[in-house]
Write a protein that binds this ligand. Sequence first.
Ligand code: ADP
Ligand code: MG
Length: 867
Amino acid sequence: MLKWLGSLTDSNEKELKRFQPLVDEINSLEPEFQKLSDAELRAKTDEFKTRLKEGETLDDILPEAFAACREAARRSIGERHFDVQLMGGIALHQGKITEMKTGEGKTLVATLPLYLNALSGDGCHLITVNDYLARRDAYWMGPIYHALGLAVASIYPSQSPAEHLPARLYDPDYTDEKDTRWPHFRPITRRQAYEADITYGTNNEFGFDYLRDNMAIDLSHCVQRQLNYAIVDEVDNILIDESRTPLIISGAAEEATEKYNIFARLVPQLRKDEDYTVEEKERQVYLNEPGMAKLEKWLRRDGLLKAPSLYDPANYTLTQYLENALKANVLFKRDRDYVVKDGQVIIVDEFTGRLMFGRRYSEGLHQAIEAKERVKIQRESVTLATITFQNYFRLYKKLAGMTGTAATEAEELHKIYKLEVVIIPTNKPMIRVDNPDQIYKDEETKFKAVAKEIEAFHQQGTPVLIGTVSIEKSELLSDTLKRKGIPHQVLNAKNHEKEAAIIAQAGRTGAVTVATNMAGRGVDIILGGNPADRDKKEWQQEHDRVIELGGLHVVGTERHEARRIDNQLRGRSGRQGDPGSSRFYVSLEDDVVRRFGGDRVKGFMDWAGFDENTPIEHSMVSKSIENAQVKVEGFHFDIRKHLVDYDDVVNKHREVIYAERRKILEGADLKSNILSMVRDEIEKLVATSCSRDLIEADYTGLVEELSTILPLPPQLNPQELSKMSSKEITEKLVEYAEQLYEQREKEIGADNMRLMERLVMLRAIDSLWKDHLTEMDHLRQQASLFAARQVEPIVVYKKEGHALFESLTAGIEHDVVHTIYKVSLAKKEAPAQRQPQKAAVPAGRKVGRNQPCPCGSGKKYKHCCGR
Ligand code: ADP
Ligand code: MG
């Protein structure tokens, strides 16, 4: 790991040196671009576009395009890209991850590569961590793009029940009188937002639009273009922290309450270590042979076992309940992983400690916990479409990212995403003072000390920002501060917009701000507060005063599992060469110390003659905690890598199916396709009924089977068929099937026939794909059971997954052939409805009964899918 980092810094130097000539060239172009009139500057865009059409490459025009963008930024928003920002822009254009410290102006940096890449006309996306930033950044940078004649749009989740898939275009000619913050945002459709040159939005919105597009039954419903170039802001958050949660569009399924209850009753009767083994660190439970034998006995007694062995494929679904019940009972702890509130099991977010209302564990685990806790088991949902962020982002032709903290995760970003990290130096030297950690015996003493430190800084007037690992801890601290009479603000990543306003003032004299780690991310903390809407002189005085007081002081109340998260918190202070300081407080009861570094830290404490009430502050302790963090990071990396391996299997399937779907929407010739499927099916049927292995050919059976596909004429009866060879039979049948097809086409008209073909194909694909996703889920759980048998679960998963995929494609063919001769047109057809999306609710977001239905029908949820 350390070796890796060492080589990273070496190659980084080389990389930066390679950027230098480009930076020099852009600088040398500056006087020339400054002389251009506004109209001439705008005309540059057309010139670049023409030159690209004539064969020049994006790299050829990079220096001029960057010079144009820099000039446009200077004129329109009064910010001229610094040289280091040009370097960041070059790295982003090259599809790399730029590490630039917080406050270095990454929002502005992104305009350079976005402008350059948008010149190709293929659309560029900027992905933000939250919906507030999706709007703020598009609006903030809007004037730059506008000065260059490019369109920039923003997509974000609904902010009110009246808004459905909202999108805005930055347009200075438009003014919304009611919107005081962003008056020049013109409402547009999602599709228009994707047609803009540049689109800002959250990862969720981009991902859900992609999934929805792949559920559409008409091309006119699709909103995205080909995914071309994306820059992911706060890339570590999205590709590392969030990569574990897939996006899911789901619908309701059948009830299976009883099974959950049965297993919730059986599993507690098993004994730890004897019947099952727990791997604490990997958070896994494995069933042992004796446990398996017991379960088989009990299940047989209850008549639930479909085959003698639990491993038998016939027991697939049972093992799924079993796995979940084991996890629910052994690994998941009430009030740590989840809470039970008003008869509901609510997940606790492991990063923020927030209660995640409406979110559910997937794959039946949530139901298993409900059964364990004896609360009402909610209906299971069926996944209609799903993708992980990591696979979504891999769909882009070119991907880049930026963040203040990527270096510690460089190895992972490289191995999983093939993304290289480039560390860009700060514009001004960093002068923040990072004090060594203070270690306390227990949490209580630690928090007392934290409160005391806050009090001292507050009295002096120095602004303090305190980071906590969970909402619960934030509230605890808030109570203490209240008792001490210290005015403060608490942020917990709930309302991004409100929190942005608060955090923007966290640098004012005497400000005390308590925040969980994601809260207020992306918002600049300016010393002395946000100068907007303030008297200039008064702001300057306050700004100078805070600098005198030493700048923003950051207090960490616990070491996070990853150093990266700690660095982020620290990075809130010392922006753009500001003074600042930081200190972390640690106790022996903290998670990371207890789970991973406990013994070494304690050993050292004993050696140092550690006294219960005084803290210890020693670089050796800080070092061992850091070592513990490196260990945890590696461990989490392995888990994520593992997930990627699994995910790759389904991802291949998704690629094939979605590509097929797309071809259908784009008007592929389905007729010949379907007719060849019909021929296939007929051949298969004839082969099985008239096979030479059969003592007697089964003509009656064949006719019966065939009539489930199409109505046979009287002359094609068993007697007649028995007089022919199987080759003749096949030819006769295929000829007849084709004739009938033509006849139907004449009856209903060619256009209608094409429509039918499309609908029949899409319906078969969508319904079987949905089943396939569920089966793959089950298989994944099944596969993990194989670990006990010394077989690599991933090997089993790949092999069986392939078989399932083959039966999926066979199933689609079967369904299409068995439907196509039966469909008919009703008088009042409404083919343009977004039928397959019925009951589709993006997981993780709760839809109010009176809100518009997420399926896009325009009806209220309660009158549509929520019925
Ligand atoms: P980051 O995303 O890197 O944390 P931001 O994009 O939020 O940083 O920018 C931080 C602050 O720096 C903003 O207030 C922005 O206006 C300012 N800034 C960035 N680049 C420049 C520049 N070239 N000239 C002047 N101000 C800049
Ligand atoms: Mg930012």
